[in-house]
Design a protein around this ligand. Structure first.
Ligand code: HH2
Length: 285
């Protein structure tokens, strides 16, 4: 076992292969699956399906962060996510809440969530304090700017170094506030204030951006995949996503956040078999 992430009441590790976080967007406007799971029953069914496909975690989000997305008010975000978190958590699913709002995160933890996935990167002191107090697992993601404008003109001198520096700083803030290191995962934030070249550099250095901390990569269906492959429809980018899942793990990622869990798990099984054969040092030639 090389990966172990302590959560509020449990842990996730890699004894069943690289753990995968399945995406469940309870929104009308997410970039690839907006409107599919707005009804709680269909969202809960989708969550069960993600688990059946091999997801170690289901990441429930009630606000789209796609470039240009409009913010959602807190009451509405709660209304979307809480019934879903409550049912899945009661069924034993490890639920992560994808939110930038401490109030939504607190309510989701009360409803059984184990992890706070904060695309705001724990920049809000109230979010840091909440996660420390409740012992939640946390994802600290890097974003340049804010969702509405982040893709307008992202600029870095050295994207890998700057993202790694930022994640290290935010993780240090979290630790100083009492969040144990074993509860922290960092994420370079693919597509969050990044050009195609920035995304590729971060993927090529996926492990290095963590500076020793476990790294989550969230590349699923994102626009850079369409730019490279010519696949315009986001929902048709699951093959490309699965390929990049393997490449991200090769580059040092410890955890993947994807919509199509089955395809990524299949690709990871193939990788694991080849890696294990190489480790045995046997040659069948
Ligand atoms: N990407 C999205 C949302 N949350 N969280 C982490 N930790 N890492 C990511 O890369 C990440 C994330 C955006 O993708 P999606 O949820 O599919 O779309 P939308 O924000 O439109 O709901």
């Amino acid at each position: 076992m090389t990966f172990r992430w302590e959560l509020r009441t449990r842990a996730v590790d890699d004894t069943g292969g690289t753990p995968v976080m399945g995406i469940l967007n309870v929104t009308p406007d997410s970039f690839s699956d907006g409107g599919h799971y707005l009804d709680p029953r269909s969202a809960i069914d989708r969550g069960r399906r993600l688990v059946a496909d091999g997801a170690a975690i289901v990441d429930v989000g009630g606000e789209s962060t796609r470039p240009g997305a409009d913010p959602v008010d807190e009451d509405e975000e709660r209304r979307r996510v809480l019934p879903v978190v409550e049912v899945l958590a009661a069924e034993g699913v490890v639920v992560s809440i994808d939110t930038m709002k401490p109030g939504v995160a607190a309510a989701a933890i009360d409803a059984g969530a184990e992890i706070v996935n904060d695309v705001g990167g724990l920049s809000d002191p109230d979010m840091v304090a909440l996660c420390a107090e409740r012992g939640a697992g946390v994802v600290i993601m890097h974003m340049q700017g804010e969702p509405r404008t982040m893709q307008d003109h992202p600029v870095y001198d050295d994207v890998v170094r700057e993202v790694a520096d930022h994640l290290a700083r935010q993780a240090a803030v979290a630790e100083a506030a009492g969040i144990a290191s074993s509860r922290i995962v960092v994420d370079p934030g693919i597509g969050f204030g990044k050009t195609l070249d920035h995304n590729l550099a971060l993927l090529a250095n996926a492990g290095a951006v963590g500076r020793g901390r476990p790294v989550l990569v969230g590349h699923s269906r994102k626009r850079f995949l369409g730019t490279i492959t010519g696949v315009d429809e986001a929902a048709d980018r699951d093959e490309a996503t699965a390929v990049v899942s393997v490449l991200a793990v090769e580059a040092g990622a410890g955890l993947l956040r994807v919509h199509d869990v089955a395809r990524t798990k299949l690709a990871l099984r193939l990788r694991a078999a080849i890696v294990a054969a190489g480790d045995d040092g046997e040659s069948e030639r």
